[in-house]
Design a protein around this ligand. Structure first.
Ligand code: 4UW
Length: 529
């Protein structure tokens, strides 16, 4: 068993609202919490707290409380913070939805999560309304933040000034959020994270990630994904830092926002590090305000990390996380030279982990010197999820009786206590840091009349980016083409889930139990390592 180099921290037994906003003192209330670069509008911490309370009050006045699930389909705008924390303050549960999802995907998640409300913005109303209609969510429970005829909007709800309700729940067992993750196998599942999970992970990160009050953090990673939710919406707000919100990634806008708002701290996924290291346009901007770039969600190679750091004169480092871990378990320490650039750092306080040989089930011992053999990373700590929603079997397969979460990632540990992620044994594919569940694409492909059988795995493209590739058995004489397959999928799923390569084969390799033998397919390919 491996332990953290940090002493344990005390995790306050509070709801996420009380933890973040209950401790707001007079000096904090005037600080800027959020900046919307589009309008230049600034929201101070005191104003944010008032909005969160007012939103909670408006929901409570409409009967929302403990036991209700509300979907949030919204890009990164300051109002996201109001809505997210307002729902939690009302005692209800939030399921955050990727804002690029199609109506079909939104409907699937809302249905699975048991959501009875949906909060969105007008540009996403067509797909939101289609999903809401399919589920029988009436217009008065489909909130359009910036306004749309026949729907409640944010201004209206906040001006009611309804008092925030008295709510009572146990932070340790009450589900705060339901992000969706495919885990180690199958289709996306609701990850039940309690208030205590969220509070714990912020408190753990506070000791391991050197983000402070004076930092201006560019919020380009989506708040709907667990990474942005915890490190931006929760950690940055707890640290009383300032978030500069970006609804979508665009390199020029990204650089412009850093330059204009003097951002000092960036949380990113690896493709942005590649751009910082290589893209010529970076030189046209003054981004000297940036002191730290923190990458996660997919592997970042040392060469890119070093090149990006040298070019922009900033510290570039990595962390590791997973939705089921709320999400952070490992992060590179403040001293930039303490761990190599390809390392995800050391264990956060209050977490322990094991590396288990997937073949033998035997624990890998700490090496006396140098780097250990590779094993599956198992993590235990206060940030480990309660389980998957309505899926005891998937929960039992992922979370063992001792509370260790089997991550499906293969890692190595160095004698000095730092880890590297070297492989993945689960089905999950990551495209630019976003999850793709092969099982979801396979089910979709099988619904095509000309597809007899299909399997999807992650392969590397020419830029060494992981992309989904479909192996398809076409119906005899159907004339099915690669483009037809790709277009069929593209029409049904968010852009990151699109199948980007297709190969027709005679038969999908399967075990006697009918399970797709992904490793046989991987053996034919250049795959991520
Ligand atoms: N190297 C290699 C990495 C890495 C990685 C993740 O979509 P999910 O469930 O969750 C995430 C969360 C990432 C994250 C959150 C907070 C944070 O501080 C941080 O570091 C800065 C990262 O992505 O996908 C989980 C899966 O993503 C892969 C790995 O396979 C994991 O199981 N993954 N980080 N640094 N792979």
């Amino acid at each position: 068993m491996f332990t953290s180099p940090y002493p344990d921290v005390e995790i306050p037994d509070l709801s996420i609202f009380d933890y973040l906003f209950g401790t707001l003192d007079d000096a904090d209330t005037g600080r800027v919490a959020l900046i919307d670069p589009a309008s230049g509008a600034e929201t101070a911490y005191g104003a944010l707290r008032a909005q969160v309370l007012a939103f909670a009050g408006a929901l409570a006045a409409r009967g929302v409380g403990v036991g209700d699930v509300l979907g949030v389909l919204c890009p990164n705008v300051p109002a996201f913070a109001t809505v997210f924390h307002g729902i939690l303050r009302a005692g209800a549960t939030v399921t955050t939805i990727n804002s690029l999802y199609t109506a079909r995907e939104i409907e699937t998640q809302l249905r699975d999560a048991g959501a009875s409300w949906l909060i969105t913005v007008s540009p996403l109303l067509p797909q939101a309304a289609a999903a809401a209609a399919a589920l029988g969510i009436p217009d008065e429970r489909l909130v359009v933040l910036d306004g749309a005829e026949g729907h409640p909007n944010l201004r209206e709800l906040l001006t009611e000034q309804a008092p925030a309700p008295e709510v009572s729940f146990d932070p340790a067992s009450h589900v705060a959020v339901l992000p969706y993750s495919s885990g180690t196998t199958g289709v996306p599942k609701g990850v039940m994270l309690s208030h205590a999970n969220l509070v714990a992970n912020v408190e753990q990160c506070r000791y391991a990630i050197d983000l402070g009050t004076e930092d201006r953090v560019l919020a380009v990673l989506p708040f709907f994904h667990i990474y942005g939710m915890t490190v931006l919406l929760n950690l940055a707000l707890r640290q009383r830092a300032t978030l500069v919100t970006m609804p979508k990634f665009d390199l020029v806008e990204f650089l412009t926002n850093i330059q204009t708002h003097r951002c000092s701290y960036l949380f990113i996924a690896p493709p942005i590090a590649v751009a910082l290291a290589k893209h010529p346009i970076v030189d046209q901007f003054d981004i000297s305000s940036v002191r730290t770039v923190f990458s996660g969600a997919a592997p970042l190679d040392a060469e890119t990390a070093i090149a990006a750091g040298q070019r922009i004169h900033a510290i570039v480092k990595q962390g590791y996380g997973m939705s089921e871990l709320s999400p952070v378990s490992h992060a590179a320490p403040a001293d930039p030279d303490a761990v190599p650039k390809n390392s995800v750092g050391v264990l956060l306080p209050n977490v322990v982990c094991r590396l288990v040989d997937p073949e033998t089930g035997i624990d890998i011992e700490p090496p006396a010197e140098g780097i250990s053999r590779a094993g599956e990373l198992w993590v235990q700590g206060p940030n480990v999820m309660l389980g998957y929603l309505n899926n005891a079997q998937a929960t039992a397969e992922t979370l063992d009786a001792d509370g260790f979460l089997h991550t499906g990632d293969i890692a190595q540990v160095h004698a000095d206590g730092w880890f590297t992620i070297v492989d993945r044994v689960k089905e999950l594919i990551k495209y630019k840091g976003y999850q793709i569940a092969p099982a979801e694409l396979e089910a979709l492909l099988l619904s095509h009349p000309k597809v007899m059988d299909a399997a999807v795995i992650g392969v590397l493209d020419d830029d060494r980016q992981e992309i989904p590739k479909a192996f398809v058995v076409a119906a005899p004489d159907s004339g099915l083409t690669e483009d037809e397959v790709m277009e069929f999928v593209a029409a049904e799923v968010a852009p990151h889930k699109r199948v980007r390569r297709v190969e027709f084969i005679e038969v999908i390799p399967k075990s006697t139990a009918g399970k797709i033998l992904r490793k046989d397919l991987r053996a034919r390919e250049v795959v991520p390592t």
